[in-house]
Design a protein around this ligand. Structure first.
Ligand code: NAP
Length: 265
C-alpha cells in the first residue's frame, strides 16, 4: 500500500532521462538514482570510458553517449539517437560543469570563454535541442544544476558564479516560455559537495575549515545528498513546481555554524 502510493508519486518508470556530466561526482550519483527510480538513462559525458562501468552495473536500461557540451553542432544528432533508442526524452539534467579558481583580475579570455561555453552556453543550446522533443510530446522536465554561488559568492570564482547565476535566470525563462508545452524547469543548487571539482578546497586545511564553519550541518556534502531533490523534481510529485531554485547546502545560506563566543546554543 505504502509502496504503491509512493510509486504513484515518485516512480520514474517508463521515462527516459539524459544526464550530462554523468561521469562526474554529482552527475553519476544523479544518473544512478534516476535509473534506480525506474527510468532509462542516457549517461552523457565528454569522457565515456568512465561511464562504461556505471552502465555495466545498472544494465540495459542505461547507455553511454559521448557528448561534449561545447559541441553545439553535435547536439541534434546525439539527442535524436537517444530519442530514437528509447522513444522519448522526458527528463534532462544539465550537470556538466567546470571551474577555475583565480582572482577576477587574473582571468584570461580563454578561461572565461571555456567556463561560459561549458556551464552556460551548453545548458542553453542542449535544453533548446531537447525541448524540441519535449514540445512534440507535450511534456518534459529540465533540471539545471546551479551552485551555492547563485547567491553568496566565494572569492576566486567570478566567471563560474556568473555562469551559474545565468543558469538560474535561464531556468526561469525556460519555466515561463515552455510551460505551455507542459515542460517544467527547475534549478538544483548544491552547496559544497566533495567531488573532483572541489578537491582543491576540501583537501586544503584552511579552505576546508573556512567552508565547514559555514555549513550548519558541519560536514561536507556528498554527491548522494543531491540525488533526492532531483528525483523529486523529475517525478509527478513536483507537477506544480517550475522555475524554482532548490539549495542542497547543509545550511550554508541560512547562516552556517553559530558563533560560540558568549552564548550557549
Ligand atoms: P565533476 O565531478 O568534475 O563532474 C563534472 C563532469 O562534467 C565531469 O565528468 C567532467 O568530465 C564533465 N565535463 C567537463 N567538461 C565537459 C564537457 N565539455 N562536456 C561534457 N562533460 C564535461 O564535478 P561535480 O562536482 O560533480 O559537478 C557537477 C555539477 O555540479 C557542475 O555543474 C558543478 O558546477 C555543479 N556544482 C558542484 C558543486 C560541488 O560542490 N561539487 C557545488 C555546486 C555546483 P571531466 O572530468 O573529463 O572533465
Amino acid at each position: 500500500m505504502v509502496n504503491e502510493y509512493l510509486a504513484s508519486m515518485f516512480s520514474l518508470a517508463g521515462k527516459t532521462a539524459l544526464v550530462t556530466g554523468a561521469a562526474g561526482g554529482i552527475g553519476s550519483a544523479v544518473a544512478v538514482g534516476i535509473a534506480k527510480a525506474g527510468a532509462n538513462v542516457a549517461l552523457c559525458d565528454i569522457n565515456t570510458d568512465a561511464l562504461d562501468p556505471i552502465c555495466n552495473e545498472l544494465g540495459s536500461t542505461t547507455a553511454a553517449f559521448k557528448l561534449d557540451v561545447t559541441d553545439v553542432a553535435a547536439f541534434p544528432k546525439t539527442v535524436d539517437e537517444i530519442a530514437t533508442k528509447y522513444g522519448s526524452i522526458d527528463i534532462l539534467v544539465n550537470c556538466a560543469g567546470i571551474n577555475k579558481r583565480e582572482g577576477l583580475a587574473d582571468v584570461a579570455e580563454e578561461t572565461y570563454d571555456r567556463i561560459m561555453n561549458i556551464n552556460l552556453k551548453g545548458v542553453f543550446f542542449l535544453s533548446q535541442t531537447v525541448a524540441h522533443k519535449m514540445k512534440a510530446q507535450n511534456s518534459g522536465v529540465i533540471i539545471n544544476i546551479g551552485s551555492h554561488n547563485t547567491g553568496p559568492v566565494l572569492g576566486g570564482v567570478s566567471v563560474y558564479a556568473a555562469t551559474k547565476t545565468g543558469v538560474l535566470a535561464l531556468t526561469r525563462s525556460m519555466a515561463v516560455e515552455w510551460a505551455k508545452y507542459n515542460i517544467r524547469a527547475n534549478c538544483v543548487s548544491p552547496g559544497h559537495i566533495k567531488t573532483e571539482l572541489t578537491a582543491p578546497t576540501w583537501e586544503h586545511p584552511t579552505r576546508s575549515k573556512y567552508l565547514l564553519d559555514r555549513i550548519a550541518l558541519n560536514r561536507p556534502g556528498l554527491p548522494q545528498d543531491v540525488v533526492g531533490v532531483c528525483l523529486f523534481l523529475a517525478s509527478d510529485a513536483a507537477a506544480y513546481i517550475t522555475g524554482c531554485e532548490y539549495r542542497v547546502d547543509g545550511g550554508c545560506v541560512c547562516g552556517g555554524q553559530p558563533w560560540q563566543y558568549d552564548t550557549e546554543f
